[in-house]
Design a binder for this molecule. Structure first.
Ligand code: IMP
Ligand code: MG
Length: 183
């Protein structure tokens, strides 16, 4: 595995992102909605840098994956009163094809938030299949499969404090094992 973003680079990127968000946010209360599971580390670091009143909710969006290939997407959103009339910031780990974020946004909009913006840690260049861009992006990265800082390969590696590129020899075909819903 090769390090793509060090712990320090990640920290500086989240600093920059939190300042960009704060600059555009005034002091309105913020309703953060994080997309599980990949957002957890980014979310934990980001919210501690935001100095506005905020609430945090989590939704589960899972594509049934076989390793690095995208599969059917299921979303579990049940946040009516939490979202209605509020200023929402949707948080995800990575914007890849974009389908996950667009689907979750559409679900949240049904609850009629006052406003809704989105922030991602990573934006994978050249992969997008949707007509939408997140307002806040910490890093643009090349089209490689990455793990660490919350991101997984078959539910592993989320605990790495840095972001690493998974090399072909790290892709280990565990027949029948671990092919599950992840995010
Ligand atoms: P999208 O719907 O294609 O934008 O995919 C978004 C989701 O796929 C992310 O929230 C991640 O859970 C997962 N994903 C996409 N690319 C990667 C990657 O390089 N490493 C780990 N997970 C990824
Ligand atoms: Mg995810």
């Amino acid at each position: 595995m090769k390090t793509l973003l060090s712990e320090r680079e990640l920290s500086e990127g989240v600093d920059r992102l939190s300042r960009a968000i704060a600059d555009r946010w005034d002091s309105r209360p913020m309703t953060i909605v994080g997309v599980l599971t990949g957002c957890i580390v980014f979310l934990a670091d980001l919210i501690r840098r935001l100095d506005v009143p905020l609430r945090v909710y989590l939704v589960q969006a899972s594509s049934y994956r076989n390793g690095t290939t995208r599969g059917e997407l299921t979303i579990d959103v049940d946040l009516g009163p939490e979202v209605q009339g509020r200023d929402v910031l949707l948080i995800d780990d990575i914007f890849d094809t974009g389908h996950t974020l667009v689907r979750v946004l559409a679900e949240l909009k049904k609850y009629r938030p006052a406003s809704i913006h989105s922030a991602v840690l990573l934006y994978k260049e050249g992969r997008q299949e949707v007509d939408f861009e997140p307002e806040f992006i910490a890093f643009r990265i090349p089209n490689r499969f990455v793990v660490g800082y919350g991101l997984d390969y078959r539910d592993e590696y989320r605990n790495l404090p840095y972001l690493a590129v998974l090399e072909p020899e790290d892709l280990n075909p565990r027949a029948g094992a671990g092919d599950g819903a992840d995010g």
